[in-house]
Design a protein around this ligand. Structure first.
Ligand code: SAH
Length: 396
């Protein structure tokens, strides 16, 4: 028999966004809850007129329910397996499975794969999970098992890295650990360039996969240029610049660990290459004095705004660092500038960069407008899934 779940009844009129397949139910939309509900529980959602709207995971916070199906399905093993299989088949269609040049990709991108709360990144034969909801956290072992069934020999280990991402209010004392196998750090390949990835120690799942196509694009512009890779983390932009024939490359990050990682990765790809140097420094400090030193600058800062309340401050920070680059880049220079703050939308980011350009008074053209790659898909009903924005600018 199909199990019954606690029912969430919405206030009149609040069903509209779910009818347009938006996967979030905000706490303010809820009229009442029938039954006892704990964080992480599966709940069904109904309109005030008692129409079924969807089924999802309950969470304490402003987003109360994350919908994983708009049909009245039974969320059993077969259901989850089908979801993971769809995500896997999409990556196959993108040419990311069995790809000799690239063996690192995002397999599950939360709402973008209709699996809210779940991120899974593939590093060669290891899957790294980063879970953002208690509901997904409770079924992590099942998800790991199903993933292994789907991927077979292509997968030897699954590492759960949710201790910092799962809501701390939940008090579930999440500890990062292997759910299957045990591989340790590994060297992966992205478009033929090698990266050492350490998911146990690194930021996020160990590596910023989402810049793959943008790093590749950078390569085209690097020939003969003096490059500054600001906020370099694992150094990806640096050695794609080197591959593209840069004259010199300076990598900067405030984290000494990131600088070590960058040096290690550059060494993997370009042993003893004198063109590269890395510096541990604060960005605002370093950017103070780079007058005419560079003609290709990458600014890929961390999310300056992690929540709505921080938007204005974040826009100021984007404006400040970009202004420094516009003021000092050599004539004919190229700037790759990014924002990965989900709450700062494309338009506002552009405005911040425009204001920065205006301060410098220089003539600036947009060459490319960049975004996240296809293995980080955006659900058409969930525009919030678009988080990475970038501009490639020509500065006269
Ligand atoms: N461009 C990278 C990802 C950047 S992540 C890639 O392609 O993989 C953001 C990086 O900014 C982190 O490594 C973090 O250590 C660094 N960072 C954060 N605040 C900083 C600051 N004030 N100055 C310099 N680096 C900073």
């Amino acid at each position: 028999m199909k199990p019954t779940f606690p029912q969430i009844i919405l206030k009149p009129g609040k069903e509209q966004s779910m009818k347009r397949f938006h996967p979030w139910v905000f706490s303010g939309a809820i009229k009442l809850v029938n039954g006892k509900v704990d964080e992480g529980d599966i709940v069904t959602v109904y309109s005030a007129q008692n129409e079924f709207l969807g089924i999802g995971h309950y969470q304490i916070g402003s987003i109360s329910v994350r919908i994983f199906s708009f049909q009245n399905i039974e969320p059993n093993e077969a259901f989850w397996k089908e979801k993971l299989l769809k995500a896997y088949n999409l990556r196959k269609a993108l040419g990311l499975v069995n790809n000799d040049e690239t063996n690192v990709f995002r397999l599950v991108h939360a709402e973008g794969d209709e699996l809210p709360g779940l991120i899974i990144d593939i590093y060669n034969q290891t899957a790294v999970m980063q879970i953002h909801t208690v509901g997904m956290y409770l079924i992590r072992e099942l998800l790991a098992k199903l993933l292994k069934e789907i991927m077979g020999d292509r997968l030897v280990a699954v590492y759960d890295k949710s201790s910092k991402s799962v809501p701390f209010k939940a008090n579930i004392n999440a500890v990062d650990s292997y759910l299957i196998g045990n591989t340790g750090s590994t060297v992966v390949s992205e478009n033929g360039m090698l990266f050492k990835v350490d998911w146990e120690e690194g930021q996020k799942t160990g590596f910023f996969i989402d810049q793959r196509e943008n790093r590749y694009l950078l390569q085209k512009y690097a020939a003969g240029r003096d490059v500054l890779n600001m906020f370099c983390y694992t150094g990806g932009f640096s050695f794609f610049a080197m591959k593209g024939g840069a004259r010199l490359v300076h990598s900067v990050d405030s984290s000494a660990k990131a600088i070590d990682l960058t040096r290690e990765n550059v060494e993997l790809n370009f042993p003893s290459d004198p063109r590269h140097e890395a510096f541990a420094s604060d960005a605002f400090e370093y950017l103070r004095d780079i007058k005419d030193k560079y003609d290709l600058i990458i600014l890929d800062p961390p999310a300056f705004a992690k929540h709505r309340g921080a938007i204005n401050q974040a826009l100021q920070a984007y404006k400040r660092i970009n202004a420094k680059a516009f003021e000092q880049i050599r004539p004919g220079g190229i700037l790759f500038t990014f924002s990965c703050s989900q709450v700062v939308d494309r338009e506002r980011f552009r405005e911040a960069v425009f204001s920065a350009a205006a301060i410098s008074g220089r003539s600036v053209r947009i060459l490319h407008q960049l975004t996240q790659p296809a293995d980080h898909p955006i659900g058409i009903y969930h525009p919030e899934g678009e988080y990475l924005k970038g501009l490639v600018l020509y500065v006269e």
